[in-house]
Design a protein around this ligand. Structure first.
Ligand SMILES: [Zn+2]
Length: 337
């Protein structure tokens, strides 16, 4: 704490202030570049500058394209390379307006304002902190462009050391990715493409084997077909299969069965997958897949239901599968008249 009459020393954190000066100065270049690329309707709608990055909000009615962003970035970097002197001048507001300097829309200004110009490229009313020359900004990189409100867009960007740190990080990730892919950074893309080809081949091979396996179990399973009151019924336990697999198998077995009712049960991952299907002919005689699966699922500690032609259920107790299969015939005897 200090009081009136005390002698105090004020020190500026020059590193922090310098970083803010670079990021803030870049917002001037950014605003002018946006006006050149998008049009003179672009107005500043807000800005936040920290030592690490800058945020610039502006009026524009659609998302910027990749090309527009690249153009804006190139223009700003061109002005940085041009080493434009940054000059500040305090002047009477009327004189300042005559210079064509851009003012903040809706902002109230006093009689004397400060006009900040960067060569002939940009001229704004501004009270912020700036570097003395655009070359000091070193580099400019846009990180993102997004919408924050109707007609208001936001650009987040970095400058100077922030840009070098950004590319160092990108480089580190590239090297790490190349190492993970057992490739050199220069041929990482080629390596990824060939890995995708391999993966695609393996996937298709896997699908073929799965279909072969399903077909192999198909033959045995058909031995379980029985007839209940004149309707063919296939209630069977099938090898380990997820819900998708058991559904596909059900479809092909149904085709093989022609008309009838199908109940398949599979232990999978310590749980039970159940599926029931009834054809039109079987439904006409009273079969109802949804009601069937509801009663059968109870045997495997599960529940479920569904439509008369198709139903699925899950259960927690694979040990109850045999009971569930036996129960199916019993339930269907009650359904089919
Ligand atoms: Zn400024």
């Amino acid at each position: 704490m200090f009081a009136v009459g005390d002698t105090v020393t004020l020190t500026i954190d020059t590193v922090r202030r310098g970083a803010i000066g670079k990021n803030h100065s870049a917002t001037h270049l950014l605003q002018e570049a946006l006006r050149q690329v998008l049009g003179s309707h672009v107005e500043q709608a807000g800005s936040l500058v920290t030592p690490d990055r800058l945020r610039f909000d502006f009026t524009h009615f659609s998302a910027m394209t990749k090309e527009e962003l690249a153009k804006v970035e190139a223009i700003v970097n061109e002005q940085i390379k041009s080493n434009l002197p940054i000059e500040m001048k305090e002047m009477n507001i009327e004189d300042a307006k005559k210079t064509g300097a851009k003012a903040l829309f809706g902002e109230k200004y006093g009689d004397v304002v400060r006009v900040v110009s960067m060569g002939d490229f940009s001229k704004e009313f501004c009270g912020g902190t700036h570097v003395g020359n655009t070359g000091v900004i070193s580099a400019f990189k846009i990180l993102s462009e997004s919408g924050i409100a109707a007609g208001v867009r936001r650009i987040e960007a970095i400058t100077a050391d922030g840009v070098f740190a950004y590319y160092k990080n990108v480089e580190d990730e590239l090297f790490a990715a190349a190492k993970a892919a057992k490739a050199e950074p220069a041929n990482l893309l080629k390596k990824i493409e060939s890995m995708q080809e391999e993966l695609k081949a393996a996937h298709s091979e896997n699908e073929k084997l799965k279909a072969k396996l399903a077909n192999a179990s198909l033959g045995d399973v058909m031995n379980n077909v029985q007839e209940i009151n004149g309707v063919k019924v296939l209630a069977a336990k099938v090898p380990e299969m997820d819900m998708n697999g058991i559904r596909n198998l059900g479809d092909s077995l149904k085709e093989k069965l022609g008309e009838g009712v199908l109940l398949l049960a599979s232990a999978f991952d310590g749980k039970v997958n159940l599926i029931a299907m009834a054809t039109d002919g079987a439904m006409a005689k009273g079969a109802h897949a949804g009601n069937l699966i509801k009663e059968v699922a109870a045997c495997v500690g599960g529940g479920g239901g569904g439509r008369p032609n198709m139903a699925q259920a899950g259960g927690k107790n694979p040990a109850g599968i045999d009971d569930a299969i036996a129960k199916a015939a019993e339930v269907l005897k009650g359904q089919i008249k």
